[in-house]
Design a binder for this molecule. Structure first.
Ligand code: BTN
Length: 426
């Protein structure tokens, strides 16, 4: 997407400028020049992925070596390679590598993020000191014949930096923790005027997208419904979006995702003062017996393992009428309230509610089941359904803790899982 690229390039340019500026804020004490570069390097490493941190740092070094005065105390040029402090400049690569490793690890163990970040920061700082020290030793002693002892060099060249460098890392971690959610929000959200299907888009691109990427569209040329049906909607009247689940803990809770998503939509509709909202197991939201929202849960597997889940949601909002064949079965926010509503307002609410509910599921909280049972549209109703290839009359009882549905078929209790039954409601 073009505007994502523009945003990324602008962010890279801002961080590169910040790196140049922070190298100019310097103070020379003996052999040591204190600068703010380290603060910016950690900021870059915390905020950007390895590729972009690498691009920023490489641009910085190339600019400096080409003669632009971007290194410490406005120095530059090829000869800077032979100064005693250049080791610290190329040593910055160790920082971005280590922090990117910590990021990778903390994606899998989110609760250990701070520990991974702290360890990687400290280890990378030590590596930076080693590289800087060796480079300084070679330049000062071998090239310039200064004859400093290792101890003296350490006392002059490394020791004075330590407390300030630790402070810079702490400050950078603190600031990046504030900035990261704002920046990542921009990369997690995609909107298209027209697309084949928001779910298909995620299926095509899931490898390069992050967990909880959210894709919406004004219009879908090939919108998909459950059971291979089409999902049709005129442009910009209804909410159509999909989101991507890559978090292993959530993938494990596969069976809860549809119903919990439906409960999130239920909550938003309640907040929007729609009355008589109910849930139809496993993934529809109804108002007064008509469907207002459908949810399509898909998974992508590789080597017999689920790599991601894609949740597609279609919520009828401003549509004023439905084609005759579905008019009796479908409804919209407008038809229920006689009011039009801003799609982006609902989108924001839905996104928040979904995030909340996914966090709860991850923690093992299943309070969504209580709501789903309380507002189960089919509860205690007798309906015809297609079950095991036969049309049978079933009485719907309740939703079980494992998300299956308890029903009575010929007076025998059965627990039915998603996909095993299709209700014929009219
Ligand atoms: C159902 O059949 O009830 C599920 C309908 C799901 C429709 C949504 S609209 C956004 C997303 N993209 C698709 O192609 N389908 C889902």
């Amino acid at each position: 997407m073009k505007h994502k690229k523009i945003f990324q390039i602008s962010l890279d340019a801002i961080l590169l400028s910040l790196l140049i500026i922070s190298a100019q804020i310097s103070m020379k004490v003996g052999l040591v020049t204190f600068t703010f570069q380290l603060f910016t390097i950690y900021l870059i490493a915390f905020l950007c992925d390895l590729k972009h941190s690498g691009i920023i740092l490489t641009c910085y070094i190339i600019m400096g070596l080409m003669g632009l005065p971007v290194f410490g105390a406005s120095q530059g040029g090829l000869s800077y390679v032979l100064t005693s402090t250049f080791g610290f400049v190329y040593g910055f690569y160790a920082i971005i590598l280590m922090v990117s490793l910590a990021k990778k690890l903390s994606k899998e163990h989110k609760n250990l993020k701070l520990i991974y970040y702290t360890i990687s920061s400290l280890v990378s700082l030590i590596i930076l000191y080693i590289i800087g020290f060796i480079h300084g030793y070679l330049v000062l002693n071998l090239l310039n014949g200064k004859g400093y002892s290792l101890n003296k060099l350490f006392a002059l060249f490394i020791a004075p930096y330590i407390p300030f460098d630790l402070l810079k890392i702490a400050l950078s971690l603190l600031i990046s923790e504030r900035l990261y959610p704002l920046i990542s929000k921009f990369f997690l959200y995609y909107h298209f005027k027209s697309i084949d299907s928001t779910s298909t888009y995620l299926k095509r691109n899931y490898k390069k997208l992050d967990n909880l990427t959210f894709v919406s569209a004004d219009y879908q040329e090939a919108g998909k419904g459950r059971m291979g049906r089409k999902w049709e909607s005129s442009s910009n009247e209804n909410l159509m979006f999909s989101f991507l689940i890559k978090d292993a803990k959530l993938i494990d809770k596969y069976a809860s995702i549809s119903l919990a998503s439906a409960v999130s939509i239920f909550k938003v509709l309640k907040k929007l003062k729609v009355s008589n909202v109910s849930l139809k197991w496993p993934n529809d939201v109804y108002v007064d017996g008509k469907k207002i929202c459908g949810i399509l849960l898909e998974s992508v597997s590789e080597n017999n393992q689920i790599s991601c889940l894609i949740v597609g949601i279609g919520l009828n909002l401003n549509v004023e009428s439905f084609p005759e064949e579905i008019a009796k079965k479908a409804t919209s926010y407008f038809l229920e309230t006689n009011k039009k509503i801003s799609l982006s307002r609902v989108k924001r609410k839905v996104y928040k509610e979904l995030q909340k509910s996914l966090n709860e599921i991850k923690k093992g909280n299943s309070s969504y089941l209580d709501l789903a049972n309380e507002y189960n549209y089919l509860k205690n109703k007798e309906v015809y359904a297609e079950y095991l290839g036969e049309r049978v009359l079933v009485k719907v009882l309740n939703i079980n803790p494992d998300n299956s549905l308890k029903v009575l078929v010929n007076n025998i209790e059965k627990d039915i899982f998603t996909g095993e039954i299709t209700f014929h409601l009219s």
